[in-house]
Write a protein that binds this ligand. Structure first.
Ligand code: AMP
Length: 282
């Protein structure tokens, strides 16, 4: 596996691959890698000649400096995980100046309102930062296919919207959520939880499963009350939001419409760690 640490070397590498006509699959990450990330590369390997990873903790998508500072980083461990996976041909680990030559600043995007829902409300500017870094990485890596996890469903929708609006020459593929055995969605942030709290956090997944069940017979306002009650009883856990939204517009709904797809979205703060999850509702 090639470990590429600057933009110029990446450029030469990509040029060589393109000359050979290789189809490139790409999935960007912020490191602290786990099996959820590897599931993206598994998909990429099936559909491309070459799989590229990137590791870059993007400063412009953090609206909270403490969150940026606390974000887990262990680049040597990450390189080893990628190497041992046998799934990845090259990993790009840029410096901040490789992505932001002048100032680490976001561009401003119009994602047709997707950016104002859910995470957009609690993390102002977050999706401008995501759009900026992903667009720049696409420009540098020139992937044919790029893979994003449904775990960050709103992010996936926004990237699709950006590619569509800007006519970027890349296919965006969503990959389903990879979960631990107890159902907890794998996340780099889980590392910050004590084992016992990590186990208790399975209640998030269990709740989503209940919601999926209730969705068939119970009204959405009543479902929301039941979810709030579940988390009222959990020590050290705060429900930041729970809602049901249209999968296309991401707009919250209190009513069910037969011809549309809906998804439940939840954010719970466990011992100061913000855990995010979602589930398609049957
Ligand atoms: P991150 O490093 O957290 O920015 O995530 C990089 C990519 O991995 C994003 O597309 C995430 O949605 C995806 N990802 C993270 N965790 C999971 C998971 N448990 N299952 C599937 N994809 C994931």
């Amino acid at each position: 596996m090639e470990v590429i640490k600057n933009r110029k070397i990446l450029q030469d590498f990509i040029e060589r691959q393109k000359e050979m006509g290789k189809r490139i699959g790409f999935a960007p990450t912020m490191g602290a890698l786990h099996k959820g990330h590897l599931s993206l590369y598994e998909e990429a390997k099936k559909e491309n000649d070459l799989v590229i990873s990137s590791i870059f903790v993007n400063p412009t998508q953090f609206n909270n400096p403490e969150d940026l500072e606390k974000y887990p980083r262990d680049i040597n461990r990450d390189i080893l995980i990628l190497e041992n996976s046998g799934l990845v041909d090259a990993v790009y680990i840029p410096e901040v100046t490789d992505i932001y030559p002048e100032k680490a600043e976001s561009q401003h995007y119009d994602f047709d309102g997707l950016e104002n829902e859910m995470e957009g409300k609690s993390r102002p500017g977050h999706f401008d930062g995501v759009g900026t870094v992903v667009e720049e990485l696409f420009r540098q890596v020139q992937p044919d296919n790029a893979y994003f996890g449904e775990k960050d469903f709103q992010q996936l929708s926004i990237i699709k919207k950006m590619v569509d609006k800007k006519h970027l020459p890349v296919n965006i593929k969503g990959v389903s959520i990879y979960r631990a055995e107890n159902g907890l969605a794998l996340s780099s942030r889980n590392q910050r939880l004590h084992e016992e709290r990590r186990d208790a956090s399975k209640i998030i997944y269990e709740t989503l499963e209940k919601v999926n069940d209730w969705f068939k017979t119970v009204s959405i306002p009543e479902i929301k009350e039941r979810v709030a009650d579940i988390f009222d009883d959990q020590k050290g856990m705060q429900l930041e939001y729970f809602l049901i939204a249209d999968e296309n517009t991401l707009q919250e709904t209190d009513f069910f419409y037969k011809d549309r797809n809906f998804r439940a979205f939840i954010v719970v703060v466990v011992d100061g760690v913000r855990l995010i999850d979602n589930m398609h509702l049957d």
